[in-house]
Design a protein around this ligand. Sequence first.
Ligand code: GUN
Length: 282
Amino acid sequence: MAANIIDGKAIADRIRQSLKDDIQRLNAKKGIVPGLTVILVGKDPASQVYVRNKERACMEVGIRSKVIYMDQGVSQDDLLQEIYRLNQDKETHGILVQLPLPSHIDEAAVINAIDPRKDVDGFHPITVGKLFVGESGFEPCTPKGIITLIKETGQDISGKHAVIIGRSNIVGKPVSIMLLKENATVTICHSKTSNLKDVASRADILVVAMGQPEFIDDEYIKEGAIVIDVGTSRVDGKLKGDVVFDKVVHKAGWITPVPGGVGPMTITMLLKNTVQAAYQSE
Ligand code: GUN
């Protein structure tokens, strides 16, 4: 039997609709309009598209968004000064510095400069530390979207074996901590893992974030598993996931498509974090 398709677009649309109501309530009660400021350094085409999509999504739900464009050659000090200014700016509840940054800039120094109360990306070490020890704080957007999608299946996470392929700071590591918090038994795999197929095919929940287009076929899948495909590689101009959808769809119980799975959730969680930051600002 074919798997249930987890429709990330529809789920994201529904959450955005309810965010609109939250934003109106916040405005009526406290006169606050949530504000997100994005800093984009340079002219990387992919980053420009991401930033434009974020701006559009903010506008649609009623978040005031601002993009600060900085030259590719901007000094690290000038970038840090801009962040310090935004940390003090009352209209900016969330700050996002689009990554990657040019190689002459120390990414960690930039992330560390963001006030953790405005860290809607969830990348600051204080935010990450809070996630690690279970204190409340911003959850990083893609992992938060992944957990939401898994919960949408209606299946219990507690007691399940979750396998994550990929150990990045943005996806693999934080999603493993979040699945642990949901009482899953968690295994993290990576490029040096031996017998990946054996490990993956024992997963009730498989999160694939390896960045290798169409690597995971049905042999890596346990019958009935929940499969979340975080991959977004461009191949011949088409967006491809890490999972061979057409094969895996016949074995999994649930599967996210690419596009239309995790992608729409990431920006939605950024909107949600920005609204949370605005609520917590007073
Ligand atoms: N570049 C690609 N994805 C992201 C993201 O989620 N946040 C930031 N800041 N930069 C990115």
